[in-house]
Ligand binder design. Structure first.
Ligand SMILES: [Ca+2]
Ligand SMILES: [Ca+2]
Length: 472
């Protein structure tokens, strides 16, 4: 009798992780991809058949926005469920890993809840503490890639702000190796424990060095430049013009005759990424996890390629805040649906918890997207909010973008009439109530900027000659 009881106990103990029936999670982060995808139509020449088929398996959010338009604060906010104004992590210079040392981030929470959490590539921005025991079951980090930052193809002499075809094999790229590792993990990770697999793609972050075959897909003489309004910055307050800094990157690109080449290189790098996404998707479908895996696909922010005479992210306009974001949840909602409700990344954490049955930590306050997965046209009271530096915010609802800078100056754009955000309507008295309604989403108080360490963990991503490691 005693022996039998012991056997039963052992059976229960061994079976416990599997009996939860929790779905696996494939968590795909992408660095610096804006809306230049087939399905978002951010550029007419973007071709991303694999990203398109990934998002078509679930719900593509077409009006989604990052919490901050830079790698470090965007990722810190998404992974912690806390906004920049709650943590004080506003820029790439702020020490997110110290601020969040004791925060129950998504990966720590899923690990504590019994998931096997594996991470590779770039999930956070340059964390050195990801190997910590309570962070991941196993952390692979960046995969070695081709030599970067040595060339200066563009001749602009602006650090890793560079692009050009390289004579390398696709297999030598870090993101290719990352994908191979992820496919292997999907195939072989033990089936008796739910899997949280985080795959962080580094491209299309600068520099845009990918094998020549990808450049050949976008002949230079056919490249279409982004639409830029004449004197577009004239009605932008000085705080916004300082973010655009037209005398910086844009002046150098135009003077150097590099605009079309940059567009070609970004399209080429996205095409390389898209192939890796296709391999990953095929790997998932060939694995036993095919029908029980929740996929979250997200890019950490958008990117300007000359719109508003601005380059990179680091601004509060549509190009910088809009992201590629989709949730695939087997059995929830209809595949192939799109949702135009305004959402932001404070919703990722609670959505993942609800879809997997993992309890929601008390500090996570964002609205779950599960109601929108069930009914993408249903009521949605929330708006998308993006913060760039303390006191500077953008609010996006279905039709409007409202920007308020720390000095109180404002912008207001009507997206149905003016999707390019060319005409700033903030000065019109008739919009006072509208502005007040959108501003209600902004905080009454904001955390001080987290003190920078003596030796900052992350440097601000700005032009310079300093060589940087891939993945910054
Ligand atoms: Ca980024
Ligand atoms: Ca304008």
């Amino acid at each position: 009798m005693r022996f039998l009881s012991l056997c039963l106990l052992l059976t229960v103990a061994v079976a416990a992780p599997a009996q939860s029936g929790r779905p696996d999670v494939l968590f795909i982060a992408v660095d610096d991809l804006n809306d230049w995808t087939g399905y978002l139509r951010g550029h007419p020449q973007a071709r991303t058949p694999n990203i398109d088929r990934l998002v078509a398996r679930g719900t593509a959010f077409t009006n989604s926005h990052c919490a901050a338009p830079a790698c470090n604060p965007s990722r810190a906010a998404l992974m912690s469920g806390l906004r920049p104004w709650q943590t004080g992590v506003y820029t790439n210079a702020d020490p997110a890993q110290d601020v969040m040392r004791d925060t129950l981030t998504i990966n720590r929470h899923f690990l504590a809840q019994g998931y096997r959490t594996l991470g590779g590539g770039k999930i956070y921005h340059g964390y050195s503490s990801e190997g910590r025991e309570d962070s991941w079951t196993e952390w692979k980090g960046l995969f070695p890639s081709i030599q970067e930052h040595e060339e200066n193809y563009s001749g602009l002499d602006r650090g890793h702000f560079d692009w050009g075809p390289v004579d390398a094999k696709t297999e030598e790229m870090g993101d290719h190796k990352l994908t191979t590792w992820a496919i292997d993990t999907l195939q072989n990770a033990p089936a008796d424990q739910p899997l949280f697999l985080a795959v962080g793609y580094v491209k299309p972050h600068l520099p845009w060095y990918v094998p020549r075959e990808y450049f050949d897909r976008f002949p230079l003489d056919q490249i279409q430049l982004p639409v830029v309004g004449e004197n577009d910055l004239d009605d932008v307050p000085s705080a916004g013009r300082q973010m655009a800094r037209p005398e910086g990157d844009h002046a150098a690109v135009v003077k150097g005759g590099q605009w079309a080449k940059a567009v070609q290189a970004y399209l080429a790098t996205i095409s390389f990424l898209d192939e890796q996404v296709g391999r990953l998707l095929d790997g998932l479908d060939a694995s036993p996890r095919r029908d029980k895996t929740v996929i979250v696909w997200w890019t950490d922010h958008g990117w300007h390629l000359g719109e508003k005479e601005h380059w990179r992210k680091f601004a509060l306009w549509e190009e910088a805040t809009r992201t590629s974001f989709a949730v695939v949840a087997p059995g929830v909602g209809r595949p192939g649906q799109t949702c135009g409700a305004p959402v932001d990344y404070m919703s990722v954490y609670p959505t993942l918890c609800e879809l997997t049955g993992v309890p929601l930590p008390a500090h996570v306050k964002g609205p779950s997207l599960v109601p929108l997965l069930r009914d993408p046209r249903g009521d949605w009271a929330s708006v998308g909010v993006c913060t760039h530096g303390r006191g500077n915010h953008a609010v996006r609802d279905r039709d409007w973008r409202y920007i308020r800078y720390a000095d109180g100056s404002e912008e207001l754009y009507h997206h149905r009439d003016d999707p390019g955000e060319f005409r700033n309507l903030a000065g019109l008295a008739e919009h006072a109530d509208l502005k007040a309604r959108l501003a209600a989403a902004l905080p009454a108080a904001e955390a001080e900027v987290a003190p920078t360490l003596k030796k900052p963990a992350n440097k601000i991503d700005k032009p310079g000659k300093k060589k940087k490691k891939a993945g910054e």
